[in-house]
Design a protein around this ligand. Sequence first.
Ligand code: NAD
Length: 487
Amino acid sequence: MAQNVLQFIDGEYTKGASGATFENISPVDGSLISIVHEAKKDEVDRAVSSAKAALRGPWASMSISERNSILHKIADGINARFDEFLKAECADTGKPYSVASHIDIPRGAANFKVFADLVKNVPDETFHMETPDGAGALNYGQRSPKGVIAVISPWNLPLLLMTWKVGPALACGNTVVVKPSEETPTTTALLGQVMNDAGLPKGVFNVVQGFGPDSAGAYLAEHPDVNAITFTGETRTGEIIMKAAAVGLRNISMECGGKNSAIVFDDADVNKAVAGTMRSAFVNCGQVCLGTERVYVHKNIFNEFAEKLAKGARDLVVGPPDGENVNMGPLISHEHRDKVLSYYNKAVEQGSEVLLGGGVPDMPTKYAKGAWIEPTIWLGSKDDSAVVREEIFGPCCSLLPFEDEDEVLARANDTKYGLAGSIWTENTSRAHRTAQKLDAGLVWVNSWFLRDLRTAFGGAKHSGIGREGGVHGLEFYTELKNICIKL
Ligand code: NAD
């Protein structure tokens, strides 16, 4: 019998009063993973009330060190149940164990430790001030929790991206109501038990399951007792959530879509650039917000780069999470595959040449109902074609030749998005010069997805609003009060 996935409210797992449920279907073989109980308005009300009440309970009177110790226990709790989290994440997403065991689960745990330690060690600002009487005054900042934080998260890195927000929110003394993606409800639900085992007071961490519109997501975003909303997902969903947040002037943090570029100069180490682009275009089946879908390659090394990237992509082993040597799973769902395939078709209609892939792979009968897709590389795509302009969120990229630095920067920046970019060059001056001119929140030189959690993370233009990570998250997760003492 299929497992039930429930809400987690006030420290207890509970079904929904409406009795509404939906099926969580495997993207690997179309089988039923679980029945998810959907939260409607009543459950969202209860979750938010529980989070609001917990702001006045034992959580509020805990010292930073006591909170720090609980957050460390949460991280240890995830690690103690590593295999359970790993299996659940890979079942929901179809991603290979090799990916989730190196990225999703360890980072999911690390998010609690890093932010707990950071909050413990960050100094408050002070300003000594001159006054007409000569005695002076002392200003100092005091940070207090913002209150009830709504965390609305996506399906591509479910545990990692949800804890990336829950970690700092709790470290700063807030309480949370989390709405994971309807595609990937399980690891967020599992985290409830870890929270109880770690001794987190009831009501500090709550989970509501369901969809966006007319469901848990929208009810949560609109709830007047939510003090701030942190969201990761598509830009158009972010716009809807911003409208909801406008009522009551609630603060928002938005981590949204991207159409990221890589620029490979002719002085780059081509093999390293190919290896980096293999990861940035195809890891997690291309479902990474920071992933690269536009690869600008200098004309002098274009053919060599294209041949080597095509060889690497051809060697990718597509299969189920536990398959031998598998390094690429399916897309998250058939609905998403339809979207990605529509871009594969549009690419050809709009004049791109398919260097590799372009369709659905032949899979063994056992996996016939999975959402499989081929890794795909295009040549000759026009700068104004859909595959160069719009976020596809699949394992694909266009290889685009260029001749000089100014030209390639102008083309790379000619996008409504501004999340991430990578530059491949062995020339240090060029590295600094071009990195500084790329319109993006994150730029890597000779690497990709190298993340230090103490650094700022976020996007420019349509890719988001605000920065999280390191001390930057404090701006969002705390209310800063200035206290001025006349001496
Ligand atoms: P999505 O916008 O469809 O959904 C994200 C979350 O919002 C889900 O939990 C969903 O149920 C909820 N939601 C949907 N409509 C809502 C509404 N009206 N009100 C409240 N909640 C609502 O995004 P997705 O398909 O899950 O994720 C893929 C997208 O996320 C891509 O665009 C990707 O680039 C982006 N993303 C960005 C980052 C980043 O850090 N910038 C990271 C990962 C993913």
